[in-house]
Design a protein around this ligand. Structure first.
Ligand code: PLP
Ligand code: SF4
Length: 328
């Protein structure tokens, strides 16, 4: 069974890194899966705490499907490209993506605690774009010189793969800028590697002079384990506002009842549903697509069954647009 790791770095190092190991753990035979013959350039990475929420022996488990390489990734779908959301055009300088008014996004690192097969960043050179020391100073200047920016978004990759000390230093510097009203963190790490939410990190959030919003990324209610519940409580006690974005994924969460259950469970974990995204058309992910017409039907189901504040906004990312486009 799972032995708790001493530190989050250790938990990350202990993550499953090969299909064979994950299959053995889940009592699945690789021969029964639709695996590619060659290991992907975007390799499997699954923390143990996340793998423990998968059902053994079930090749269709909705958590497994999010992380297991599939032969279908090699199929080319028309319109699926390496930079589907126009991020390369919106790069203001290294590590700085300024696409929407008032908010600027920083690529803190190219790494993630989990590798999601549907990720729109899977083919994108985020590793090369990430901020390093001197570039960080120049990014700070970028924000300081633009009083219209009120919110700094830390993204990646996953910003929570930086150390506590580094995060504290970065967030404090941003929070000191007078016109910055909020700091937002986009991360999947607390959900897949709850060990990452250390007491030092919680103290940093609690001590920051500006409010912190954290946008988590949960696609299925089965991801919401007791370990995640506990860290969400701690984050809330440290003053962090928790929001969630999901991606609509064929065979994983394209079901009204499952989406309803996800919203209900998110709320019970102190997380409010924020966005439900249509899939970004990155090369290699076409087999996950849910059509816009199906998405609308699912969204209407949620509207009929949930209070308005538990219905995520259904949106798609469009290169060059001024905001994420609502689908309705
Ligand atoms: C999604 C995104 C944001 C944030 O958009 P909100 O609608 O405020 O959540 C900001 N910058 C970039 C580049 C984004 O992709
Ligand atoms: S955590 Fe986010 S950025 Fe990282 S692989 Fe998953 S979807 Fe992509």
């Amino acid at each position: 069974m799972n032995t708790p790791s001493a530190t989050w770095q250790q938990a990350l190092a202990d993550a499953f890194g090969s299909v064979a190991d994950l299959c053995a753990y889940l009592q699945l035979s690789p021969a029964d899966l639709n695996l590619p013959e060659q290991a992907s350039a975007f390799p499997l990475r699954v923390p143990r705490d996340f793998a423990a929420r998968m059902q053994a022996g079930n090749p269709d488990d909705p958590l497994l499907r999010q992380v297991l390489p599939d032969l279908a990734e090699l199929t080319d779908y028309p319109g699926y490209t390496d930079d589907p959301v126009g991020d390369l055009k919106a790069v203001a300088e290294t590590g700085v993506i300024h696409k929407y008014r008032g908010r600027v996004l920083f690529i803190m690192t190219g790494a993630c605690a989990v590798h999601c097969r549907y990720c729109f960043r899977r083919n994108f050179p985020y590793g090369e774009l990430q901020l390093s020391g001197r570039q960080f100073e120049s990014a700070l200047t970028y924000v300081e010189q633009r009083p219209e920016i009120s919110e700094v978004i830390l993204s990646g990759g996953d910003p929570l793969l930086l150390s506590d000390a580094k995060l504290e230093q970065l967030m404090c510097r941003f929070a000191e800028i007078g016109h910055i009203k909020r700091i937002r963190i986009h991360t999947r790490t607390p959900v897949v590697l709850p060990e990452r939410v250390t007491s030092a990190l919680l103290r940093t959030f609690a001590a920051l002079p500006k409010p912190v919003a954290m946008v988590l990324h949960v696609n299925h209610a089965q991801e919401l384990s007791n370990s995640v519940n506990q860290i969400c409580t701690e984050l809330k006690l440290s003053g962090v506002t928790l929001l969630n974005q999901s991606v609509l994924l064929k065979g994983i969460n394209d079901d009204g009842e499952q989406l309803r259950e996800l919203s209900e469970k998110l709320f019970s974990f102190n997380i409010l549903p924020y966005y439900l995204h249509l899939l970004d058309r990155a090369r290699g992910v076409g087999h996950f697509e849910v059509s816009e017409a199906e998405a609308k039907i699912l969204h209407q189901y949620l509207q009929r069954h949930l209070p308005g504040y538990l219905v995520p906004r259904l949106v798609k990312e469009q290169a060059g647009a001024a905001f994420k486009i609502p689908i309705c």
